[in-house]
Structures are given as structure tokens and as C-alpha cells.
Design a protein around this ligand. Structure first.
Ligand code: CS2
Length: 494
């Protein structure tokens, strides 16, 4: 460690070849200057940098370089672009476990921002050298309606359809770039969706084709025929970067990094195997390629993300701030164990060789990592999109199979309470449907049955099979009343 901290990019000045020059941290071991960009990634959140960019970095290290450098695109975050540019787009991933470890990542070669550089972004996406466009734009970035198809009433889609040369949404950018390639006779790129929604690739493909057909039917057919949109499952718990992470890197490594990321040790990436798809050989660094992504997706979305949402709403109502605090409450932990064993696992067809009970226990243990300060409020956002996938889908399966939905109903009821409490306390609700959710709870009269029924009638919130379905609504009403009367605002701590 140095006496006075060094800027992250200065560590390479001493060594022309970017070789390891410290034992405390892994540095890029390839000639970074010789790496060309082959991937454009849309959505420069912490998760991309802690996950897909890390896998790509490991491959670059293993193969001594290659043309799979990343152009990472943020939609709006000019501050992050400035920070990363200052350090030659290098950043540190802090892996927080019993023993912390650190890796300086060089895979991102360029950072662009759609808001200020839309034409450069399109140019990069349309370049022949770009073979892959990947995305982490969160569930709402797919612009889908409750049926999982492109929602053409969304303002960003209306805008992009009206001016396709100046797109602002991920779907608009993909179609505009493909249109340019199509017209110039350039082979298309393939698209890898990396967000937490079931059949992410398939849904994105149909949204892209639906959008493209409004521009040109030939373009839509070309996309349908030529482009792979593999389904994927992505996993590694990555809380937002905090000042703590910046300080940790400065104190432990003697490095000034304004834009590090933090994550847990565990990471998994499962990608649907597609024949003849030009892509990095990520399988060499542990990525699983399989025809059966669906069972991995379902297991992860319903167990990890499902338990996360349960923890978020129940934990926040109980007065906790982080996943670690909430899971340390024995009552909450026992609730989660019963929820997963009795009402989630029975709804999942396990991927071959995976024992779902062991998988769920390993996930609970991951939540118990005291070094990961994962804010429940971060997980609680966008409930109107997350709850249908994580909670309503297993509820539908259980109703169909005549199994209990008692614990899952508590999660839905806790979510409704979370919205109500946010309204009463005038706390912002981060959700694309925040206005409708807040309007619904503002009209609550204090009668649980009516309040819940009215809330669940919000247009497009529920899948058709659950609308007016007493097998669904009655247990939610009961759970809502139970939380309200027995536990007040601290349901699991009373
Ligand atoms: C979390 C996920 O914020 C959320 O909704 O459930 O971001 C979760 O941490 C990741 O999917 C873990 O891989």
C-alpha cells in the first residue's frame, strides 16, 4: 500500500503492459490498448460492471486480450461518465466476503451517454465491429405491458416511433441501429438481455420486432430471421455504490477510485445456447450455456428475487433498512423459510441436478453476509413490475394446483401496506405506476376488504386469471387485515 493514494489509472503508468504490480488486487493482465470494442452495453448501472463486465474481464485476462472490449452506455448519468473518463474507464470491483478481494476492470473501453451523445451511441451500435448489444435497463426498460408485449402507449415509445433517428429508449436504440445496419447491408449484432424478467430475450425480441414493423416490414422480418436474443439468468447481489466502497478501496488498496462497485462473491450467468452466434467464449470463465434457461430463470426469480421482495416490504414495515438487518430477525427468517418451502419451491421445475431446497438455503446464507449493505428501499422499488413475476406467478400456480397461498398473500399485502405507509409518510414511491398506486391508497377508507379490492382493481395490475378471483382476493384481504390490526406498522416484531 502507498503512503498517499494514487489515481486508479496511474497504477499502469509504471508498467507499459498493464501487468500485475500488486499482490492485493488483480489488475488487467492484457494489453488494454490493443483491445477493440465488440460489445455495446445499454444501461451502465453497478450491476453491469459487477457482473457481465467482470466475466468479460476474466476472459480478456485468460485470453490475453481480444476484441470484446465494451462500450458502456448510460441513458442519463453524465456524472458517472465524467468519473469513469477521468480514470480511463477503469474501476475496481470490491468483492465483499469473509476475506475481501478486489479486481481492477479494464473491459470497459468507452462510456457514452444517450442524453447528450445519441448519435455517437447509434454510430457505435451500427458499426460492423459491434457484434453484441447487451442490456441491463431494469424490468421497466423493456416497455412491456401486463401481457408482456410492447406497450405502445408509453411516452418513450411514442416519441421513438415518431423520430426513430433520435431514439431515447433501449428498444428505439436497438431498432434504429439495426435499421442503419440493414440499409447498409451490415450483418446484425445479437442481443443479450440481462434483466430479471422471465424469458427476457424472447420478450425483448418480440417487442423489438413489433416496434420495427412500424418502421419497415422487411426490417422486422430480417430481425426475426437473423438475430439471436438468447434468454438469460443473471445473478450477483450488487448494492448501489456508497461512499463506504470508495473509502474501502482508498484505505485498503491506496487507490483513488471515484466509481468502484461492490458485490458479493457469488455470481452466476446462464445464457441460452444459440447456434452460430458470434460471441465471447464466456463459457471459459464459468458462464453456463444451455438450451434450458427457463428453469434457472424461474428458480432464481422466484426464490432469490421473490424472497428479496418479501424481505423488502416486510423488513421496511418492521423498521429495518437493510437485507442483513431484516434477515437477522428470526421471525422474518422463519417466515421466509416457510414461504420458500411451502409455497415457492412447489411451483418450480428444478434445473437438472439442482436441489431447490439447498439452493434456497444458500440464498438465505447470501442474504446473511454482514458486509453487504443492501438497502431494502432499493429492492422495494418498481413493485408493480416485480410483484407479478416474483409473487403473483407462483400464486397463480398454487391456486391452479389447489395449494396454499397464505404466505405469498402476506407479501402482496405487505407491498400494499408499504405503498400506503409511503403515502401517509409522504415518502416517494419509485415505480413506473407510482401515481396510480398512490392514488389508490389515498382513497383507502380503513375497511381492509374494500381497500384491498379497490387497490387490486388498478388497471393492468393483475393478470386476467387473478382478476375478480376470490381464491386470490380473499387471502390477500385477510393478510392485509392481519398486518393492519395485529402487527400495526411492525408486523413481524410485535
Ligand atoms: C433485487 C435484485 O433489486 C432487486 O429487485 O432482487 O437486484 C437482486 O439483488 C439481483 O437479481 C441478484 O442477482
Amino acid at each position: 500500500m502507498q503512503d498517499s493514494p494514487r489515481q486508479l489509472n496511474q497504477i499502469f503508468l509504471q508498467s507499459e503492459d498493464c501487468v500485475n504490480n500488486s499482490t492485493d488486487v488483480i489488475y488487467p493482465s492484457y494489453k488494454r490498448d490493443e483491445v477493440n470494442i465488440g460489445i455495446v452495453h445499454l444501461g451502465l448501472g453497478a450491476f453491469h460492471r459487477s457482473h457481465q463486465a467482470m466475466y468479460t474481464e476474466q476472459l480478456l485476462n485468460l485470453q490475453g486480450g481480444g476484441d470484446w472490449g465494451i462500450c458502456a452506455v448510460s441513458f442519463r448519468n453524465q456524472a458517472l461518465q465524467a468519473q469513469l473518463n477521468k480514470q480511463d474507464c477503469l474501476y475496481t470491483t470490491a468483492i465483499l466476503d469473509v476475506e475481501d478481494s478486489f479486481q481492477v476492470v479494464g473491459a470497459i473501453k468507452e462510456v457514452l451517454v444517450v442524453k447528450t451523445q445519441a448519435s455517437l451511441v447509434l454510430e457505435r451500435m451500427a458499426a460492423e465491429t459491434t457484434k453484441i448489444v447487451s442490456l441491463t435497463v431494469t424490468e421497466k426498460g423493456y416497455c412491456l405491458n401486463a401481457q408482456g408485449v410492447l406497450d405502445e402507449t408509453l411516452p418513450e415509445i411514442i416519441n421513438d416511433l415518431a423520430s426513430i433517428e433520435q431514439p431515447g429508449s433501449a428498444i428505439g436504440l436497438i431498432v434504429a441501429a439495426l435499421n442503419l445496419r440493414f440499409k447498409k447491408g451490415i450483418k446484425p449484432f445479437h442481443v443479450i438481455a440481462c434483466d430479471n424478467l422471465p424469458e427476457n430475450g424472447r420478450k425483448l425480441k418480440s417487442a423489438v420486432i413489433q416496434f420495427a414493423s412500424k418502421i419497415s416490414e422487411n426490417l422486422a422480418q430480417w430481425i426475426d430471421k437473423e438475430i439471436h436474443f438468447p434468454n438469460t439468468m443473471v445473478d450477483s447481489i450488487t448494492p448501489k455504490t456508497e461512499q463506504d466502497t470508495v473509502d474501502l478501496i482508498k484505505n485498503k488498496l491506496g487507490l483513488i477510485d471515484e466509481a468502484p462497485v461492490q458485490r458479493e462473491m457469488f455470481a452466476q450467468w446462464v445464457i441460452e445456447a444459440c447456434p452460430n452466434m458470434e460471441r465471447p467464449e464466456w463459457e471459459k470463465v464459468g458462464v453456463i450455456f444451455t438450451p434450458d434457461v427457463e428453469s434457472f430463470e424461474n428458480a432464481k426469480l422466484r426464490i432469490l428475487n421473490g424472497l428479496h421482495s418479501a424481505l423488502a416490504y416486510i423488513g421496511l414495515l418492521s423498521g429495518y433498512d437493510t437485507v442483513y438487518q431484516a434477515i437477522s430477525d428470526e421471525k422474518i427468517k422463519s417466515f421466509l423459510v416457510a414461504l420458500v418451502d411451502n409455497e415457492i419451491i412447489p411451483t418450480i421445475d428444478a434445473p437438472t441436478g439442482l436441489n431447490l431446497q439447498d439452493y434456497s438455503r444458500a440464498i438465505l446464507a447470501r442474504f446473511e453476509n454482514p458486509k453487504i449493505k443492501h438497502l431494502l428501499s432499493q429492492i422495494a422499488c418498481d413493485g408493480s413490475i416485480k410483484i407479478p413475476v416474483r409473487t403473483l406467478a407462483p400464486i397463480q400456480n398454487n391456486i391452479g394446483a389447489d395449494r396454499s397461498i397464505q404466505s405469498l398473500s402476506m407479501v402482496v399485502a405487505a407491498w400494499i401496506h408499504f405503498i400506503r405507509v409511503s403515502y401517509v409518510k409522504k415518502q416517494a414511491v419509485h415505480d413506473p405506476r407510482a401515481t396510480e398506486l398512490l392514488t389508490a391508497v389515498s382513497q383507502f377508507q380503513g375497511n381492509s376488504n374494500e381497500d384491498v379490492s379497490n387497490f387490486l382493481e388498478i388497471d393492468g395490475l393483475l393478470p386476467d386469471s387473478l382478476k375478480n378471483n376470490v381464491s386470490f382476493i380473499t387471502p390477500i384481504q385477510k393478510a392485509y387485515a392481519e398486518i393492519a390490526s395485529t402487527f400495526k406498522e411492525s408486523p413481524f416484531n410485535a
